[in-house]
Design a protein around this ligand. Structure first.
Ligand code: DGY
Length: 327
């Protein structure tokens, strides 16, 4: 009797996707049945002989991993749109293993989170919440904790792909006077209805009141928000990052906040994740930190889980993936 293909799943999936996974009869599911990250050694052990893997952004897919998997591996299906945790060169060299990912389904949720952080920062929500929880607050005050509003200001979006565009589309509703964007290439079709202008990164930094990082992490974007970038930004500027933590140099950010070179940073993504509770950015009154919840809605996480299952099954059975990264 021929064996069923093995599908390794490195995490418990969101409830509906998990139910579907448990009902699969055409593969043998080998799962790390926990909401916690699988340990590296366990991952290397469990992947042996697998035909497909459903992984997360916390699982490093590199040469060591691929060697541990062996020649049976046909597909790596990540439950994320970002795939900077995957060594795509190594994957290409490993006998044509396909890479599935989850674009589109998380665009709205992630753009919503970017708006949430932008509003929290501009209206100084962290300080306001601290006033309430410390019991030191009064009620209404005409002059305490005043924030700024977006009316007539300049919005800067770094990375005008799916999430960057969806973020700009939401934020124009708050009355921004102009929208600038930068990235690897212009996106006229989506930019035109918003009146968004494609500008060099330095101009975006110098003119924007709110800068939203929506680009992927790669060799070009790693650490692009550094000392020199912060020096070019307005002292009143707000920086929001819902992309990847490593795009921002956190030491330089801390210095910029301490020197009041920018007004506020709001981060959904950090290095490491989670950021230790005693990290100075966590306690900085002008820095808001969330634990990478950009796509964390019931609807989106189940859609991501389902798409990852679709991609994994397609890869295992030699069919076209619903969403494949062209390597
Ligand atoms: C992704 O998909 O890359 C996000 O960071 C998690 O939703």
């Amino acid at each position: 009797m021929s064996r069923l293909p093995v599908l390794l799943v490195t995490r418990e999936l969101p409830s509906l996707a998990q139910k579907r996974l448990q009902g699969l009869t055409n593969v043998q599911v080998r799962q790390h049945n926990s909401i916690d990250v699988i340990g590296r050694q366990q991952l290397l052990e469990e992947v042996k002989g697998a035909d497909g893997i459903i992984c997360l952004l916390s699982d490093k897919i590199d040469t060591e991993f691929l060697q541990a998997a062996g020649s049976s591996l046909k597909v790596v299906s990540t439950v994320s749109v970002g795939y900077d945790h995957v060594d795509t060169k190594a994957l290409k060299q490993h006998g044509g293993v396909k890479l599935g990912y989850t674009p589109n389904v998380l665009t709205d949720a992630t753009a919503d989170t970017t708006v949430l952080l932008a509003l929290m920062a501009s209206r100084r929500a962290k300080e306001a919440l601290d006033i309430v929880s410390s019991g030191n607050g009064g009620g209404f005050s005409l002059s305490r904790g005043l924030g700024t509003q977006f009316t007539g200001k300049t919005l800067g979006i770094v990375g005008f792909g799916r999430i960057g565009c969806a973020t700009a589309e939401r934020l124009v509703g708050f009355g921004f006077g102009s929208v600038l964007y930068s990235g690897s290439r212009p996106n006229e079709e989506r930019a035109q209805p918003l009146g968004a202008e494609y500008v060099p990164f330095d101009r975006l930094l110098g003119e924007s009141d709110l800068v939203c990082i929506c680009c992927p992490l790669n060799d070009k974007t790693k650490g692009m928000f550094n000392k020199s970038a912060f020096e070019k930004m307005k002292r009143s500027a707000i920086l929001v990052n819902t992309a990847r933590g490593a795009i921002v140099n956190q030491d330089d950010l801390l210095e910029a906040l301490n020197k009041k070179q920018i007004a506020h940073a709001a981060l959904d993504v950090t290095v490491p994740e989670p950021l230790p509770a005693d990290h100075p950015l966590v306690h900085h009154p002008h820095c808001t930190v969330l634990p990478h919840i950009g796509s964390a809605t019931e609807e989106t996480r189940n859609a991501m889980g389902n798409l990852a299952i679709d991609n994994a099954l397609a890869g295992i059975f030699g069919e076209p993936l619903k969403a494949e990264v062209r390597l």
